[in-house]
Design a protein around this ligand. Structure first.
Ligand code: ADE
Ligand code: ZN
Length: 349
């Protein structure tokens, strides 16, 4: 068992910022900053219903998941060309590298684009080129996860999978996102079974706004390898025990949860309880351009709001992010060693 060096609380912010970490829950369309939305709109001749960057940002006051999704899908309407998808992902990678992200698994929502007539190839190749360059320039390993929009039909998900298969080598898995309530995992049982047959990793959003029963069916029906969000699991102690026993990762997004009113404040977030229950919880940014911060801001603000979280929890969260990733055992071992070195360095200085 790793002994975590004693780190005084005042050194925690720099340790959180400098420690290596993996980001496993980032919707790349949710990294589209208002400035880039306006730049792409001008480049592509797309009219926006907002007069300025400030007016758009002022509209980012959400009451629930749906109120966010409406504006998020509208923002993505400026993405038309392969270069647009590249530019969006590259802007994310520059920020991620600065935040000491060594590995990122990016969600993308092809239906948001193909339903507007953008070819699947344009979406995937723009993102894939940015992933390749992130590795070349920053040594950051990046993977893509194709998400099905759960408010659309099973038939649309199957069609999306078919359209993406010529670019199968460029994505490692599939996920399930968008409006959770009223769209239970069962709706996608057959398409997820097909994805598993194809050797794709499978994850799903569950228990963000939806009930613990949706987490159970994501596990039992979709047979997912990670739960995205999952914070409502605490409403079922038996489910919490199961998640701990199975070491089922939860990709938790604290700033998102507050912005979408899942928790009233960060100080009331249940991340400490999830860690105390032995769950493989991780910290992620979800849609950083909309929720007020990238991954390091999620770490910094969450730790500042919750005094129960200290150096041991920081180490645990980073280790969990490597464990929960779809990277190789050799990569995970290398990042774990880098993490221990960052803690040893923080203890020395
Ligand atoms: N799509 C982008 N962000 C999402 C979230 N937090 N929940 C569900 N779908 C999403
Ligand atoms: Zn999400």
């Amino acid at each position: 068992m790793t002994v975590i060096p004693d780190i005084p609380r005042e050194r925690l912010p720099s340790l959180l910022a400098l420690m290596p970490k993996a980001e496993l829950h980032i919707h790349i369309e949710g990294s589209l900053e208002p400035e880039l939305i306006f730049r792409l709109a001008a480049r592509n001749g797309v009219a926006l219903p907002y007069a300025s960057v400030e007016a758009l940002r002022a509209a980012y006051a959400f009451t629930d998941l749906q109120s966010f999704l409406d504006i998020y899908y509208a923002g993505a309407s400026v993405l038309l060309k392969e270069q647009d998808f590249f530019d969006m992902a590259w802007a994310y990678f520059e920020r991620a590298a600065a935040d000491k992200v060594v590995h990122a698994e990016l969600f993308f929502d092809p239906q948001t684009h193909t339903d507007r007539g953008v070819p699947m190839q344009t979406v995937i190749m723009g993102l894939a080129h940015a992933c390749r360059r992130a590795h070349a320039e920053f040594g950051l390993s990046a993977r893509l996860i194709l998400c099905f929009l759960r408010h659309l039909s099973e038939a649309s998900a199957f069609q999306t999978l078919e359209q993406a298969l010529p670019w199968r080598e460029h994505f490692v898995g599939v996920g399930l996102d968008s409006s959770e309530r009223g769209h239970p995992p069962e709706k996608f049982e057959r398409v997820f079974a097909r994805c598993r047959e194809l050797g794709l990793h499978v994850v799903a959003h569950a228990g963000e706004e939806g009930p613990p029963a949706y987490i159970e069916s994501a596990l039992d029906v979709l047979k997912v390898e990670r739960i995205d969000h999952g914070v409502r699991c605490v409403e079922s102690p038996a489910l919490v025990q199961r998640l701990a026993r199975e070491r089922m990762p939860l990709t938790v997004c604290p700033l998102s949860n507050v912005k979408l009113c899942v928790f009233p404040t960060l100080a009331q977030h249940n991340l400490p309880a999830l860690l105390d229950a032995g769950l493989c919880a991780t910290i992620n940014s979800d849609d950083p351009a909309y929720f007020g911060g990238y991954i390091n801001q999620n770490f910094l603000q969450t730790f500042a709001a919750l005094p129960q979280l200290g150096a041991a929890q920081a180490h645990r969260l980073a280790m969990n992010s490597f464990e929960a990733s779809f990277a190789t055992a050799a990569e995970k071992a290398r990042w774990a060693a880098q993490l221990d070195e960052a803690f040893a360095e923080a203890a020395r200085t």
